[in-house]
Design a protein. Structure first.
Length: 156
């Protein structure tokens, strides 16, 4: 189960017990904001793309969307989202619960600058009815690989 992968990943950071599980879906920014009780912008949505055939994840504020020219300047290719039916196999979490915690080997994770305006944000925790509140420092610590902040989004 994907939430268990996220929980196991977050355990060494002491955040496994901070995972919130809801009796309702949190699979979209709007649903997650309702479940958590915050503004949609504070939901750290995880977007999945293929770059040179490899999966990448970009965490961005819930009120942002990919800015195609910025994406192309950053990655030297057009933004191509991973097809929904391939996300779980490539990333390790299914659509609606994609997060950077406990992902498959070889998935590169980026944090978009749009998140930095908040003290805390709520990324998903591996299922379509979970989230975990994190500071930027915690998000950086818990994100696999070296933390790379990028600027590839614009207001939705």
């Amino acid at each position: 189960m994907s939430i268990e992968r996220a929980r196991a990943w977050l355990a060494p950071f002491g955040l496994d017990s901070a995972i919130l599980e809801f009796p309702v879906s949190s699979a979209t920014v709007e649903l997650a904001a309702q479940a958590v009780g915050c503004e949609p912008a504070r939901i750290a949505k995880t977007l999945s793309f293929l770059v040179d055939g490899a999966p990448i994840l970009i965490l961005a504020a819930g009120d942002q969307k990919i800015d195609n020219p910025k994406f192309k300047a950053q990655f030297h290719t057009k933004a191509k989202m991973i097809p929904g039916d391939q996300v779980e196999a490539l990333v390790g979490h299914g659509v609606g619960g994609v997060c950077p915690f406990g992902v498959e080997e070889g998935v590169t994770v980026y944090l978009d600058q749009s998140l930095r305006r908040f003290d805390t944000v709520f990324p998903a925790a591996g299922s379509s009815n979970s989230a975990v509140e994190m500071t930027m420092e915690q998000l950086e610590q818990c994100t696999p690989g070296p933390t790379v902040w990028i600027d590839v989004c614009k207001p939705a």
